[in-house]
Structure formats: C-alpha cells, structure tokens
Design a protein around this ligand. Structure first.
Ligand SMILES: [Zn+2]
Length: 90
C-alpha cells in the first residue's frame, strides 16, 4: 500500500519505496526500505514522520535526536534534503 504520495525509492537498493529514515552508524542517515533493517541502529518510520504536520513532527523528532550523543544534525539535514528532493521528483 502506498501511503505517501511520490514516495522516493530506497537509497540503498533503489528497488523499493523507502519506508524509514534510518541511521546505521558508519554510513550515517539514509532513507531506506526494509532491506536495511539488520543494519539500522536507529530508525523513524516514514508513516510516523509524515502522519502529522511535518514541521511539528520535525521538531519533536529533532528534540529527541538532539539528546543522542551520536546525533549528527548536519548529516540528518542532508538526508532530509535528499528525501524531500526525491519526493518532489519521484
Ligand atoms: Zn532497500
């Protein structure tokens, strides 16, 4: 079921629509499908991310992420920029 309009494809396999924003340590943040589930160390389901006002949601997640010592906000922002760009052109 495609819940999100213009879903971008997974950045890892380029085959299936991305379903999560995931952080896997070494490679940082990517938007991915289930193919990365074993590598993810932290992930946010896109259905959760998109389900409310994106800006309010963004703020809620950011507040939570900023409490993590490993959180690299510029890497996260770069991933989000790629995600929204891909979503606009998918
Ligand atoms: Zn994938």
């Amino acid at each position: 079921m495609r819940e999100i309009p213009n879903e971008p494809l997974c950045e890892a396999c380029h085959r299936s629509p991305a379903t999560a924003l995931a952080w896997n340590g070494e490679e940082g943040w990517n938007f991915v499908c289930d193919c990365q589930i074993e590598h993810e160390q932290y992930s946010i389901k896109l259905s959760d991310w998109e389900s409310n006002n994106p800006h309010a949601k963004d703020w809620t997640w950011r507040k939570q992420l900023r409490t993590k010592t490993w959180f690299d906000e510029s890497d996260f922002d770069e991933m989000l920029a790629r995600y929204y760009k891909a979503r606009a052109t998918a």
